[in-house]
Design a protein around this ligand. Structure first.
Ligand code: GLU
Length: 334
């Protein structure tokens, strides 16, 4: 009988510890220490290679490496080069999705664009054909160009003003264009134009396909630092309120929808492995940035240009995985 009681007591202690260890019990000092550790541990890792299918991206300094966490109160934890700016690229797709969801609702996005993984490359044309003319989701190029085309605007300029103002509101400062990347990408844009024209043939575009592709290219060429990315991501983590400016940028009912798409298709063809390892909705871009959202707690932004074969920043993935593990941030373990 006594042994039975002892076992019960022991099991109780183990369960209590499991809950406590998984709960968010970190102090600000611990968070900063873990961010520093992640930086020091991976600083020298020069694996991967800058994207080069957009020529200007190959010229970006591969050594840039910055890590920033922003919590829901607006506290900032950082290490490394958190000020250097790179083009936001695919990460911009998250914020234009947010804009179109605000304007047209989440059902529109699900029905008109889709929220499923393609299982094919981010710039695949065959994926559109295989899915009966559907782009599948807003984070492959097809779905992103389509999303841009559905921003409510009478003409191109108005569309661009709304998209850039929206991204700036998420970042809490006026973002500016990386002209070199924009010019370079406009010259390397034929495939995206073809994708937009194909979607137009299926009646899926909200505006002229070439116009939408140009605005999309511009949105991908916005300059951001690791800090900008962390604030943008923290705005999603904080249910749509920017934790620095306190501005409500998107209705809280849409942030779970956005995170669901990030979890499904945020890291290209490696999204499943990423979710398996971290449990975090995230989005990467070929400029070398990754954002990850710890719902209700942190936004993480990391910049490091060299990419793996999937197109995801090598060091950014390593740093985020380290931080998630050390601070027990995987929401699926809660
Ligand atoms: N602007 C890039 C493109 O359209 C974005 C790609 C990316 O970051 O995945 O190819």
């Amino acid at each position: 009988m006594k042994t039975h009681k002892n076992i019960k007591f022991f099991v109780g202690i183990v369960l209590f510890l499991a809950v406590v260890l998984n709960a968010a019990t970190y102090s600000p000092e611990q968070v900063q220490r873990v961010v520093n550790e992640a930086y020091t541990k991976y600083k020298g890792d020069m694996g991967g290679k800058n994207a080069d299918y957009i020529k200007a991206l190959a010229r970006v300094d591969s050594k840039i490496f910055g890590i920033v966490l922003v919590d829901k109160k607006g506290n900032i934890y950082k290490a490394g080069d958190v000020k250097s700016r790179v083009s936001i690229q695919s990460i911009s797709k998250v914020f234009t999705l947010a804009l179109v969801m605000s304007e047209r609702g989440s059902n529109f996005v699900q029905k008109k664009i889709g929220v499923n993984a393609t299982g094919l490359a981010f710039n695949s044309i065959i994926a559109i054909e295989l899915h009966g003319g559907s782009a599948s989701n807003p984070f492959v190029n097809a779905g992103a160009i389509q999303t841009t085309s559905w921003v409510k605007a009478k003409e191109s300029k108005e569309r661009w003003v709304k998209i850039s103002a929206n991204m700036s509101a998420f970042a809490g400062r006026k973002l500016t264009l990386n002209d070199e990347v924009y010019d370079s990408e406009l010259n390397d844009n034929k495939r995206n134009q073809a994708i937009a024209k194909l979607l137009d043939a299926y009646g899926r575009m909200g505006s002229n396909p070439l116009e939408a592709t140009t605005v999309y290219t511009r949105q991908c060429s916005m300059n951001v630092s690791a800090k900008d990315l962390a604030v943008m991501s923290a705005t999603i983590a904080n249910h749509g309120i920017n934790p620095l400016t306190k501005q409500r940028v998107i209705n809280a009912k849409y942030t779970p929808k956005i995170m669901a798409v990030m979890a499904t298709a945020g890291l290209y063809d490696n999204a499943g492995d990423w979710l398996y390892d971290t449990g975090l909705p995230a989005k990467s871009g070929v400029g070398g940035g990754i954002i990850a959202v710890v719902p209700g707690e942190f936004g993480i932004g990391v910049v490091s240009p060299p990419l793996d074969s999937y197109g995801n920043s090598v060091r950014a993935q390593l740093a985020i995985k380290y931080i998630v593990k050390k601070l027990h941030l995987n929401p699926l373990t809660k």
